[in-house]
Design a protein around this ligand. Structure first.
Ligand code: MAN
Length: 355
């Protein structure tokens, strides 16, 4: 295994204590998985902020949104026999799944890509309506023809799907509702049309036949998606044996579309890998890394809210195009940064890869 990530010495860049909770009675439990973009000569993160009330002994409590946008706190005694709480992220109560935190998306910006602050005049994005009552998460930002497309995970008791909002100024947003219904997440729209069509990677999950695989879809308008094709599968006995999912929008290179993706094994260890798609027909997988290009190894990646996790859904391609700065969530609790050399990633791709 060759971990080729050059982690920032300043990591973690953001920890829960660095920001204020969205309202009284809530605490920030996790800051994670930022979408990344350039706007007004700055680097911006749209960070997932996961909140819940301070936890009392013997009690699990978490917020949910009502369909009209109010926060409601649900409290459950830990010894209630109808409660199953074995995962830090999700619980089951009386046969219904809930998240232990409620996430919204917060805008931060930076002049140097290292120190981020919340600028005045930019609102957080919060869950809206009955398909987002458990929050919105893990936003990918695509800039296409001067419009920003925000694809994020929309969670509610109805399931986990992909929501879309668009903006040109980060102050006014247009909601396009749920574009990919449950179970689906990890959706990244390509930053260019190919042969007149929009393209997106996404990750439906099939509970019976099939699995947690990366799919490709196309669209005439960036909103309505069809021609779904399964392009990247999990690999048995591998670091990506349980689930795979796209990171941010693929990077256009002279070799093809380069995608950095996450994979998890049965032990819920999340690592990053890469694959390359044909420039003109992105349903053709040309190459894929066999081993991770980054795996949890530092203290902040190994232990936290949900340890042993590195997860990315945002990067900046640096001027010159030889290096990228990847922003990533560590242990589902911190926001971190790392540089990668594209040539080093290319050197690890296996071209004899066949699906
Ligand atoms: C999984 C994890 C959580 C996330 C939920 C809903 O359990 O990825 O972080 O909150 O799915 O998306």
């Amino acid at each position: 295994m060759k971990d080729i990530a050059k982690r920032f010495a300043e990591n973690p860049l953001l920890s829960p204590a660095d920001l204020q909770a969205s309202e009284k009675g809530l605490q920030i439990t996790c800051l994670l998985n930022p979408g990344v973009f350039r706007y007004a000569d700055k680097t911006w993160l749209i960070v997932r902020v996961a909140e819940r009330p301070e936890q009392k002994d013997n009690m699990i409590s978490f917020p949910v949104l009502t369909g009209t946008g109010n926060i409601k706190i649900i409290e459950i005694q830990k010894d209630d026999p109808a409660l199953t709480a074995t995962d830090a992220r999700v619980i089951n109560y009386k046969g219904v799944d809930y998240l232990t935190t409620l996430s919204h998306l917060r805008l931060l910006c930076s002049d140097d890509g290292i120190r981020f602050y919340e600028p005045d005049g930019y609102q957080s994005l919060v869950g809206e309506g009955i398909l987002q009552t458990f929050g919105i998460e893990d936003c990918r930002v695509t800039r296409l023809e001067n419009k920003y497309y925000l694809t994020f995970t929309a969670v509610s008791g109805n399931g986990v799907g992909v929501g879309l909002r668009t903006t040109t100024d980060w102050k006014n947003f247009q909601s396009h509702g749920m574009i990919l219904p449950p179970h689906n997440k990890d959706c990244a729209i390509f930053e260019e049309k190919i042969n007149g069509l929009y393209y997106a990677l996404h990750r439906p999950s099939s509970v019976d036949i099939g699995g947690n695989y990366i799919w490709l879809a196309s669209s005439p308008d960036g909103i309505h998606w069809g021609h779904h094709q399964c392009i990247i599968k999990t690999r048995e006995n591998s670091w990506d044996s349980a689930r795979v999912g796209a990171g941010a929008s693929p990077i256009k290179t002279d070799k093809g579309w380069l995608e950095i993706y996450h994979g998890a094994n049965q032990q819920h260890q999340y690592c990053l890998g890469a694959f390359l798609l044909d420039s003109n027909d992105p349903s053709k997988v040309i190459a894929r890394t066999e081993e991770p290009i980054m795996m949890p190894s530092t203290e902040y990646e190994l232990s936290g809210f949900f340890g042993n996790v590195v997860f990315t859904n945002g990067h900046i391609v640096n001027p010159g195009g030889d290096t990228i700065t990847v922003y990533y969530g560590a242990s589902d609790e911190f926001v971190c940064g790392a540089h990668f050399s594209l040539n080093e990633i290319f050197s690890l791709l296996k071209y004899d890869h066949a699906e």
